[in-house]
Design a protein around this ligand. Structure first.
Ligand SMILES: [Zn+2]
Length: 492
């Protein structure tokens, strides 16, 4: 009897010790050093993706060339017949689903996922085996890198049926939304990553910094309650916050958690998946969002590692709740305290300018708009000018029609210094792009060059009857400085 009992006791003790050890091992797993995450990005960045705008044809070969570590599956096809792929990785049992670009013009995380695929295929001598092994042994990860390939083709938010897929989680009127919902139902992920981009005008509240990354553990009901699943998502986000605070302090914002009953993120949370929304915002002088891509890579890799090792559990819910909210108070150019005369009234105002991206088949260009007018003291600009003592006045139109190719940049600057802003060209140039710092128009009606909330931002700032600055298509040109950074504009 005694002997028997001892037999029982030894395995039991062994089992308990193992349990304790596993727990303490889990607890002892260290958070990843931010510098290692950055190094991993530099080593594994996918060189085939360098610009934000790309379609399915660009990623198709990058999917086909994956190693046997990935299982490649076509989940279905878009409205226009483009394949929607899932790549599955890992020998573990805990399912994690990441999906990107359900909005076709939100591609930053898609680029980062291909960097991550390269990382996950790395060699045993590259110094990152510990991270990979932890992930591979514990998790089963399914990536859907491009949910909306038709939208990506046009670089637009909606799909080919003009459906916003992120308002189609319940109604399921688009094949792409059905595919994503079916993927969830079949895979039943413990964690989900909902990957998007947000516009460049969000800032981190209380700062002038753009919200380069915004996050959210979406609510699963109107009351915005926190259940254990949502709490887990919050803690994983808290781990991402640690990395971002070290890499790029105070550029992280928290998205509004109002429950959106039609959206995928909110419903994933409701369906029992701990869901994390990542919104890629802007960073100064990063028009192709390559630095934001790096940040995505770093925080997604960090999150997968922390889920695999359990390290995320060491964070408190408050580490998430204390992330500052997103605010939308940025302008591309903010001109403060400028004197203007409107309908005979002279007064001082701020003028907020924004520039919206447009695309031709060849390139991106921007179209400036006056976004706001009045007291904009609560706003901030990526570029700001204190125009105290300066007066905004209309530009003049150069009456001679001149072939564009005969007009040099130097001549264009000379025209600006003489107060000319509009230049006429022949109608055959309509719709062409040019880089002259002038408003080139075709046809007989000259553009309205009056500074106003209603007009395109093309006017001058003068002091003592001297032309000091020109505003051309929302860009600020210092007329005392002959160096003008070129920008593209379209001829109307
Ligand atoms: Zn989106």
């Amino acid at each position: 009897m005694d002997t028997n009992r001892n037999h029982l006791r030894i395995p039991l003790l062994f089992f308990l010790t193992c349990l304790l050890c596993m727990q303490s091992c889990t607890r002892k797993a260290e958070v990843l050093e931010t510098s290692r995450l950055a190094e991993a990005y530099e080593q594994f960045r996918e060189p085939g993706l360098t610009e934000r705008r790309f379609g399915y044809a660009t990623i198709a070969p990058l999917i086909e060339s994956r190693s046997s570590l990935f299982e490649n599956q076509i989940l279905g096809k878009s409205v226009e017949g483009r394949p929607i792929h899932a790549l599955t990785y890992g020998a573990g049992t805990r399912p994690v689903l990441l999906w990107s670009q359900m909005h076709g013009d939100e591609s930053t995380a898609t680029m980062a996922l291909f960097d991550l695929f390269n990382f996950l295929e790395g060699s045993e001598t590259d110094g990152f085996t510990d991270i990979r092994q932890a992930i591979r042994n514990e998790l089963r990860i399914r990536f859907i890198p491009m949910v909306n390939p038709d939208g990506a083709e046009r670089f637009q938010r909606r799909n080919a049926l003009h459906i916003d897929l992120n308002r189609d989680a319940i109604r399921q009127s688009s094949p792409e939304a059905i595919i994503l919902k079916t993927a969830r139902d079949e895979f039943e992920p413990e964690f989900g990553f909902n990957l998007h981009d947000q516009n460049s005008y969000y800032n981190v509240s209380g700062t002038t910094n753009p919200a380069t990354i915004s996050v959210l553990a979406p609510a699963y009901n109107e009351a915005r309650e926190v259940n254990p699943g949502r709490e887990k998502a919050m803690k994983v986000i808290a781990g991402m916050r640690r990395v971002l605070q070290e890499e790029v302090p105070d550029h992280l914002g928290k998205y509004n958690d109002t429950f959106e009953p039609r959206a995928f993120g909110d419903n994933f949370q409701k369906w029992g998946t701990s869901t994390i929304l990542i919104e890629s915002g802007a960073f100064p002088n990063d028009p192709e969002k390559q630095y934001v891509r790096k940040l995505n890579f770093m925080i997604v890799l960090n999150a997968l590692y922390e889920i695999a090792t359990g390290t995320y559990d060491a964070f408190a819910m408050d580490d998430y709740l204390n992330i500052p909210d997103n605010s939308s108070r940025l302008m591309d150019l903010l001109i403060r305290n400028v004197s203007v005369t409107t309908a005979g009234h002279s007064y001082s105002t701020d003028i907020g300018l924004r520039r919206a991206a447009r695309y031709t088949a060849e390139r991106r260009y921007y179209r400036g708009t006056v976004s706001d007018w009045g007291d904009l003291s609560i706003y901030h600009g990526y570029e700001e000018l204190d125009a105290t003592g300066l007066t905004a006045i209309p530009g003049k139109v150069w009456e001679e029609e001149k072939p564009l190719e005969e007009l040099s940049r130097e001549e264009a600057i000379g025209l600006l210094r003489d107060g000319y802003l509009g230049v006429k060209t022949s109608t055959e140039n309509t719709g062409k792009l040019h880089q002259l710092p002038l408003l080139v128009f075709s046809g007989d009606a000259p553009p309205n060059l009056e500074p106003s909330l209603e007009n395109a931002p093309n006017f001058f700032l003068v002091k003592d009857q001297k032309y000091r600055y020109a505003i051309v298509n929302g860009y600020l040109i210092d007329l005392q400085n002959s160096e003008v950074d070129p920008f593209w504009q379209m001829i109307n």
